[in-house]
Ligand binder design. Structure first.
Ligand code: NAP
Length: 253
């Protein structure tokens, strides 16, 4: 009898997903809970977070809501402590919270640069530093950072966003090397254009152009990204670390 190729049973594991209030974070939280993990849902918006948690719970999952701005170092540490205290550990961390504040270079304001770098890159650093502690103690952990093809290819109007996501990729590769000795893997998923509120603001004409440029001829769906995260969180990915998995319909090929 051959073994199943992919086991995504995450029963008994504790996961934390940032930016879980909507979009990709909500879908990732749903997939992890569906695979049996207890999911700590983190977001800056209490209302959206409550919706995500009741969605997960009504599907039979175990979830809790933790309101947190990922740029607030003290609150990030408290959140990780609360999760470890409540559920006895932390096995899977998904750094997903992120924003765009697009503008061409010469017109880009300081606060557009700072807010994007702060949330996308500093937030990933703060949660990774806090989450790594229990993972190192456990000798087991999975950290999955949501980057972007913008961080690989560049994208006009997104100097701040591309820099933050390229930073996330460099950070991922370094932390993968630092934590590997204790069986903690660190990988990134780099989505192309995915149908969420973030891309809805681009408008129909731009989205049609993106579909034409994408070899697979469509936008991605949140499920496409959640599947990749689930794989990296699963036992099947235990020998993968420091990798950037593009989920972009071939856009960056
Ligand atoms: P989204 O729909 O805008 O959702 C982002 C979530 O993050 C929101 O719930 C938002 O809360 C939360 N958030 C924002 N700032 C936060 C903070 N300081 N602390 C905690 N939570 C915060 O975005 P998405 O499309 O799902 O994107 C999720 C991730 O994927 C981001 O890192 C993004 O860069 C990346 N990504 C997306 C695409 C795409 O095409 N959609 C492509 C490549 C990469 P509020 O609702 O209160 O703002």
């Amino acid at each position: 009898m051959s073994q199943a190729l992919l086991s995504t049973d995450l029963s008994g594991q504790v996961a934390l997903v940032t930016g879980a209030g909507r979009g990709l974070g909500r879908k990732i939280a749903e997939f992890l809970a569906g695979a049996g993990a207890k999911v700590a849902c983190v977001d800056i918006s209490p209302e959206l977070l409550a919706e995500t948690v009741s969605l997960l719970q009504s599907a039979g999952g175990t979830a809790m809501a933790l309101v947190c701005d990922v740029t607030n170092s003290q609150r990030v540490n408290e959140v990780v402590d609360e999760v470890v205290k409540a559920w006895g550990g932390l096995h899977i961390l998904v750094n997903n919270a992120g924003i765009t504040r697009d503008g061409m270079l010469l017109r880009m304001k300081d606060d557009q640069w700072d807010s994007v770098l702060n949330i996308n890159l500093r937030g990933t650093f703060l949660f990774t530093r806090a989450g790594a502690r229990p993972m190192l103690r456990q000798h087991r952990g999975r950290i999955i950072n949501i980057a972007s093809v913008s961080g690989l290819m560049g994208n006009p109007g997104q100097a701040n966003y591309s820099a933050s996501k390229a930073g996330v990729i460099g950070f991922t590769r370094t932390v993968a090397r630092e934590l590997a000795g204790r069986n903690v893997t660190v990988n990134a998923v780099a989505p192309g254009f995915i149908a969420t509120d973030m891309t809805a603001t681009l408008g129909e004409e731009v989205l049609e152009g993106i579909k034409k440029e994408t070899p697979l001829g469509r936008l991605g769906q949140p499920e496409d990204v959640a599947h990749a995260v689930l794989f990296l969180a699963s036992e099947a990915a235990s020998f993968i670390t420091g990798h950037v998995l593009t989920v972009d319909g071939g856009l960056s090929v």
